[in-house]
Design a protein around this ligand. Structure first.
Ligand SMILES: *Cc1c(COP(=O)(O)O)cnc(C)c1O
Length: 497
């Protein structure tokens, strides 16, 4: 299987090259030349398999330069106890007859980013070998909270890698911050940057495009690499859980083989929902893909009208991992729906960088509308959904998942389509204790880890072990720097130890 750049289809690279590079030099994203086919027979053969075996089957089709034995060993190491606290890895929780929550937060950092970032380090270090790369990888991450911790945990003490995470000092939850500042491992660094997520992200992008720094690092034996969701090595493991959830629903007799389901995804950078789109096009019987946003509703408008416009106010919400105005992975969808026409993609993306906006053709918009539906949900409504779901079902969900549940209800009300639905649950509610406590109407004075005990006490639910274990951990990283100091911080980090 070869990979193309969305901005230059004459270029063809192997899977390991696509994963090692992350982003193509022309600014495009790597996509597989074709999707592998998942027939009803193939799905049937996956029914008795474990999550790890399903992962080997799905991922194997896309990793031509990896052996089955290699992928099997990665899957067994990435998806196992004690990192995951549920042997199903990505269990499906049925709320009502035809509403199911796909729980993607049973990994070591309690958010769905673990599903990919437990796998990516295995793929990336193997690609260093396969591409004959002599340098070590230095992973640079700008995070709004969940990615940073999941990447730190995935890469900690992994040979031939170092990882430095920058997070905005204002903009992550108390728990998210503690998760990062107490990170263990000898190859990790964490640094707060004054400002918001955009400032942090801009700083990281500047380092990536600074030839002088890159040359200097190369001299010291490092190549810069990204754990961001534009990397194919992050997208591929995410296709697996859609297939796995479908198999589980068949096994549990909630649906019959070949029955259609709808999928509703709380969306930020469009990576998670894009993986569902690929699963559907491979042959998984998914009908509608429902894209859920918070008050940052640029995707809702785009899917409804065909016009993408990031020139709008940016809101800081209680579902911070979805506070985003430019969803990078959308480029891969547009490429696919425009029959792999890189000229069209180049013109849209040029318009996006010049004007902050573009509008797709009527034909392309019609294709989007036939598969996708979109809606958005305010903070106030998000809290109401958390409260109502807990009261009615005793099931506690986090803010991101609540946005998706609300948008699903909205979809069902508007369209009357009651196809069995999978709501993608992306974080453990304990990661966002403060918002969840206020949603269920609890007054609290606690801060930091005290919030975990308070939420457990109020709801009678059990907090996840990785968060409880933060108690008593030493804070190792307390640097706060300005955006201008990020490159210096990187050099100091690589120079140390
Ligand atoms: C990252 C994240 C999202 C958004 O996922 P995308 O793939 O960026 O669309 C949603 N919820 C949570 C909890 C996340 O961490």
């Amino acid at each position: 299987m070869r990979y193309l750049s969305t901005r230059d289809t004459n270029k063809r690279v192997t899977a390991s090259q696509a994963i090692a590079k992350g982003l193509s030099e022309d600014g495009g994203l790597f996509v597989p030349e074709i999707l592998t086919n998942l027939s009803a027979n193939a799905i049937e053969s996956l029914l008795p398999m474990s999550y790890q075996q399903r992962a080997v089957y799905i991922m194997g089709g896309y990793l031509g330069d990896f052996t089955a034995a290699e992928i099997t060993s990665y899957a067994e190491r990435a998806y196992s106890a004690p990192g995951f606290d549920d042997s199903a890895i990505a269990p499906v929780h049925t709320l009502d007859e035809d509403i199911h929550f796909l729980e993607l937060w049973h990994g070591p950092t309690c958010a769905f980013k673990d599903m990919a970032l437990q796998m990516l380090p295995h793929l990336l270090t193997a690609t260093l070998e396969k591409t004959g790369e002599k340098k070590s990888a230095c992973i640079l991450v700008a995070t709004s909270g969940d990615t940073g911790k999941a990447a730190l945990e995935g890469f900690r003490d992994v040979d031939r890698t170092k990882i430095l995470v920058f997070y905005p000092d204002s903009g992550v939850s108390d728990i998210q911050k503690l998760q990062m500042t107490t990170q263990l491992g000898s190859n990790v660094g964490v640094c707060a940057v004054r400002g918001n997520f955009d400032d942090t992200q801009t700083g990281v992008k500047q380092i990536f495009s600074d030839r002088e720094i890159i040359r200097e690092l190369e001299g010291e034996g490092y190549m810069l690499s990204s754990a961001n969701s534009i990397n194919w090595g992050r997208l591929l493991p995410q296709i697996v859980y859609y297939v796995s959830a479908y198999c589980d629903l068949v096994n549990q007799k909630k649906i019959k083989l070949e029955d259609k389901i709808n999928v509703c995804v709380p969306t930020g950078n469009f990576g998670n929902i894009l993986a569902a789109y690929y699963a559907k096009n491979m042959g998984l019987p998914i009908d509608k893909l429902i894209c859920a946003s918070n008050e940052n509703d640029v995707l809702t408008d785009f899917i409804k009208t065909g016009a993408y416009d990031k020139n709008r106010d940016f809101y800081t919400t209680i579902s911070p991992s979805m506070d985003i105005l430019v969803s990078s992975n959308l480029e891969r969808l547009l490429f696919d729906l425009s029959d792999k026409d890189s000229h069209i993609i180049n013109s849209y993306m040029r318009s996006l960088s010049d004007n902050g906006s573009y509008a797709v053709s009527a034909d392309l918009h019609a294709k989007i509308s036939s598969t996708f539906w979109a809606g958005c949900c305010s903070d106030e409504k998000t809290k109401k959904v958390i409260e109502a779901t807990f009261k009615k079902y005793g099931y506690l969900i986090d803010t991101h998942t609540a946005v998706a549940f609300d948008v699903l209800n909205h979809y069902r009300h508007d369209t009357g389509d009651m196809t069995p639905a999978v709501v993608v649950s992306t974080a453990n509610p304990y990661k966002f204790c403060d918002s969840v406590l206020s949603a269920i109407g609890t007054e609290y004075k606690e801060k930091g880890l005290g919030l975990i005990e308070k939420l457990a006490e109020e709801t009678g639910t059990t907090p996840p072990k990785p968060l409880v274990d933060l108690k008593g951990r030493r804070e190792r990283f307390d640097d706060v720097i300005s955006k201008e100091e990020m490159a210096l911080a990187l050099k100091a980090f690589l120079g140390s130890k």
